[in-house]
Design a protein around this ligand. Structure first.
Ligand SMILES: C[S@@+](CC[C@H](N)C(=O)[O-])C[C@H]1O[C@@H](n2cnc3c(N)ncnc32)[C@H](O)[C@@H]1O
Length: 229
């Protein structure tokens, strides 16, 4: 197999999600309401916000924002992700679904934000403060250490300096959901030895699961927000 360049690998990872969108939606971490509220400018925000969820994926963040009473324009370039998002709208109470508008595409944040509006970014990271989570990293990054995707937002002249907050929570998952979850990490999904990596994840899950066959994944969500001047 020909080795991919860094740019080719990034491009392949960027569009890898659409093919397994329903699995992604079922097993990836949620956005806890306190995280979403902070990203929307809390505690100052008491009113209904008009928001854009850029790179909305299957709508995990979109649904969390709408559940808090805010309006969301969910912008997502992948047909597969948007299709799953559309299906999930049917599972929401009508009043919540009515706050969501889904569009294909991407956007320029500075152009669509009004003065005083927040540009917020958030990244979920699996914490490595428990031994088995470090073992999981060793399995999935066995062949290649993954670069940290997280980027602080650009401090352009249109924006005030950014603020940062970190949220933590634990996600309980069955062993098979843990395996599915790992299969949605884009660098695992496109890896030639994906099946073998997932077998090792399953073996780890079986070794560390509790008596109910569940594992608890420690998550840290790092968020950034900055106001449009
Ligand atoms: C890791 S997923 C996150 C999805 C969702 N925000 C969530 O929290 O589950 C990243 C999403 O960004 C989308 N994406 C990739 N490049 C993009 C771009 N240039 N503009 C907008 N979205 C993009 C991908 O299709 C994918 O659905």
């Amino acid at each position: 197999m020909t080795e991919m360049t860094g740019a080719e690998l990034f491009g392949a990872r960027r569009v890898a999600f659409g093919a397994y969108a329903a699995t992604y939606d079922a097993v990836r971490p949620e956005w806890p309401s306190k995280t979403v509220a902070w990203m929307l400018g809390s505690p100052a925000t008491a009113t209904v916000c008009r928001t854009v969820d850029l790179g909305a994926g299957t709508g995990k963040g979109t649904r969390a924002i709408a559940a808090l009473g805010h309006e969301v324009i969910a912008v997502e370039p992948s047909d597969g992700m948007r299709k799953t998002l559309a299906v999930t709208l049917g599972t929401l109470p009508g009043i919540v679904a009515a706050r969501i508008c889904v569009v294909a595409g991407d956007a320029e944040c500075a152009r669509v934000l009004r003065p005083g509006g927040w540009l917020s970014l958030g990244w979920h990271h699996r914490s490595e403060d428990v031994e088995w989570s470090r073992e999981l990293t060793d399995i999935v990054e066995r062949h290649e250490k993954q670069p940290d995707d997280e980027e602080a937002p650009p401090v352009g002249k249109e924006f005030e300096p950014f603020e940062t907050e970190v949220f933590t929570y634990r996600m309980r998952q069955s062993i098979e959901d843990l395996v599915l979850h790992a299969s949605t990490w884009s660098y695992v999904a496109i890896h030639p030895e994906c099946a073998r990596i997932l077998d090792d994840v399953r073996a780890l899950g079986r070794r560390v699961a509790d008596t109910d066959g569940m594992v608890e994944i420690p998550w840290t969500t790092r968020c950034y927000r900055q106001r449009r001047r």
